[in-house]
Design a protein around this ligand. Sequence first.
Ligand SMILES: [Zn+2]
Length: 256
Amino acid sequence: MLFDTHAHYDDNRFDSDRDELLSSMPANNVGLILNPAVDLESSRTVVSYAQKYPFLYAAVGIHPEDWNKNWKNDLLVIKELAQNEHKVRAIGEIGLDYYWEKDPEGRAVQQEVFRAQMALAEELLLPVIVHDRDAHADCLTITKEFSHVRGVYHCFAGSVEMARELLELGYYLSFTGVITFKNAKRALDVIREAPLERLMVETDAPYMAPEPYRGRRNSSLYVYRMAEAIAEVKGVAVSEVERITTENGKRLFQIA
Ligand SMILES: [Zn+2]
């Protein structure tokens, strides 16, 4: 059974067949899904999915590209959701995105929003799901400021050295379809170096469809491709990667 630890079913690309698709997952060997939110509205939506589907869990939070000027108030409501809904298992996705945000003032706000949510995770004893795009140094700095917080760097794109530091801090690393692309060398080096006990698989659906589905709408049905890619690098059976990455996700998100 596979655990897709990062998929966005609140995306409107699933509007036409969301229920049909999600309902088909257990029969297709996808036994668990974690759906992270990107803002307050999305946090409410993913909580409603978690209430509906027994195999789906939620993370609530504000994505670095999705803060608005009321973010502090939004965070108060997000905190309530996290406290009152037992299927909220993480704060996410949170972090920094310097690829889309070039303006120093915008980046400073992203850092403030990230820190506030790391503090929230620390207070609520929840793990975090970190989005780090072209912001490796600042993400690592802020991560280190919260030494009691654990979590996962999703779609990990940092160096082997950064991976070592995160593993030392107790973090997990998770990988998307990027590792099935031809130019994936850096991520594959990280996978080779990291213990299997600290890796997770994810689709980041509807984005990032793995080969041979690249360019299509992604869904958790394709998460097996990431397990295959990791198995190849590690030289172990796919079933072993499947079992261990699922255990890792259950451990981090406290799913029995
Ligand atoms: Zn995401």
